[in-house]
Every structure is written in C-alpha cells, then in structure tokens.
Ligand binder design. Sequence first.
Ligand SMILES: Cc1ncc(COP(=O)(O)O)c(C=O)c1O
Length: 357
Amino acid sequence: MNWMEERLSRLQRWEGYQHSVESREAMECKLDANENWHLPSAEIRKALTTSAEHLDPRSYPDVAVIDLAKEVSKEIGVSSESVIPCAGADQAIDLICQAFLGTGDSAVIVSPTFSMYRLRATIAGAECTCVPMLPDFRLPVAEILRRDGPGGVVFICSPNNPTGNQFNRDDVEQVLDSFRGLVVLDEAYVEFASYSLSRRVRNRRNLAVLRTFSKAYGMAALRLGYIVANDEWAPEFLAKVQYPYPVSGVAVAMAIAMMRNPGRIEEWIGKVRNERVWLTRRLRAIPGTLVVDSEANFLMASLPLDSGEAQKRLLAAGVSTRNLGDILGFPNCLRITVGTRRMNLQLLEGLRGIVAK
Ligand SMILES: Cc1ncc(COP(=O)(O)O)c(C=O)c1O
C-alpha cells in the first residue's frame, strides 16, 4: 500500500463525532446538546450585537486572547498566564492531544463519557483505554492508577457527560497526587455543580482544566472556551501550540461583558438548578423511569421501553433528546437537557404518552 492509500485507509478507520441532525426538526424543544435555553433570547442577542458594534472586522483580534485571559483570571482566581483561550473546549481537547500525545502514548478515558477525548487522542496516534466508572458512579481511582504507564493523559469529565454526576473531590485529588502523566479535567458543566478544581493548577503542573462559554454562558454558537494550566507551561503552550488568532473578537467581547454581569449569570444558573430538581422529580414519577442525580444542565434517564424508539417518538412530538442506550447497567437511557419550564412540560407530556402506550 502506498503512503496515500495507507493514510486514506487510516482516515476511514477513524470515527467521527455523532451529530444529532434530526434535532433541527425540533428547534422549539431542542434538548439534545446541553445548550442553555434559560438565558432570555432578546437579552443575549442584544449582548451579542452590542459586542459586535464596537469591533472593526477588518482587523485581526490581536488583543482578544490577552483580554479574555485577564477577565477569566479575575473570575476564577488564577493568574492570567494560566489561561489559554480556545475555540471552544473541543479545540482545547484537540490541542492537548496534539501537544501531549503521539504514537506509543496512552490515553486513559473514564467512561462512559464525552466522545471527543477518544476521537482526538486516536487521531494524535495514542492508544486509548476506557476505564469504566464504578457502579456507584465514583471515580475508578485504583484502575486509573493501574493504567498509569510512564506517562500519558487521563481524561476525567466532571460533571460527567452523559451521566451528569460530579466526581468526589478527594478521588480526583488522589489521581492528581499519583498519576504520572497529565490529568485533563473537563469542567464544561462546572458552573451548575458543587465545586471546581480550576485553582488547583496554581500548584499542580500535571493538571489541565477545560472550561467553556457554551453552557452556563449560553454562547455555544460563538465557540469560546479555555484551558487553565500551571503558569510554568501555559504561556509556552499558548505561544507554540495555539493558533496566532484562535478566538473571535466578538466572542471575547461578549464573554467579557457577560462575566462583568455576574448577578445575571448566577440568576440563570439558579434557574437551571431549580428546574433540574423539578424535572428530576417529575421524570421519576413516570412509572419505571430512573433518573441519575445530576450536577449539570442535563439529566440521564433510564426508561421502561426501548430508548431508540422513545427518542424517535419524542422527536415526532417535537422534542429532541439524545439516545444513549445502555449505560453502566442502566438500560434504555436518554440524555435530556434541562430546558425551560415550557420545554420540560412538552417533554414530560410526550414521554408520559409514550410510556403509557
Ligand atoms: C464534556 C464536554 N466537554 C466539552 C464540550 C465542548 O464544548 P465547546 O462547545 O466549548 O466546544 C462539550 C459539549 O457538549 C462537553 O459536553
């Protein structure tokens, strides 16, 4: 096989990210991608246009990276040198895989979890090992450490997508203490949870925390996130691994405006949390339905019927959810974003109809 054929056959072997394309039919009740529908549409659109107004689109966003890093540094309590702005947490995962993983390296992935870790680590040439979380949803610390070779990267998503649980802090600390490679802690949903370990990068060289503006800040369309890492290596990573102009000036201007309005963000986060409690109770009241306690803006529910069928029938009723199938011994699971009360009522009505049949 010549080089081109070999590369094309490798390209064919890689798996791609599974988009939920059907969801376009259910834009009124789109509960399949963990977006934040609690931010009032008019208000968030106004924040976007105001941010765009002050920008000259002809010039490269020279200072966007520095401006965002400074504001995030105040927001989360780390030095601005620790912040590496990225085009979403997705790009952060990709850059980490490119910079730290190569052929012969290993990526340990606590599963089930967000598919991007395996997809991007595989493209980088690493060998991926999936370590299942414990049946009580705890972090499999001993198993992770058993897989620790001379190095490599371990991916821990907390709160975890799709189960919604946040791992016990001491368990994560134990991995940080003993894992010889890099610990990537994906905190995409951390604003909805109990604690963040972002500040631990101040005295941990082996930790990279991923954060995003796509969830709590309702800015998924603008593709903005960041890595938080020890300032001994973060500036070098930013200068050498990240692109020269990685993030949009509009996205940064809007994110800064949002961070300067913390009361409003807290209010929206509070709404998601309250609605999460309400929806969990209502779902659990549907006979045969189990719901895992969530610390994110979505719920994992195990249904008393085939989840693929349930997902299709919900879609026909105008509600888009994510079919997960069997997860950690829970059969027929769906992942459902915590929507607004209107959306949640539509979901419940659809689901009750399906389960009653
Ligand atoms: C756990 C997790 N990490 C990262 C991402 C990607 O976030 P972003 O929109 O910032 O690329 C997602 C998106 O759903 C996610 O669930």
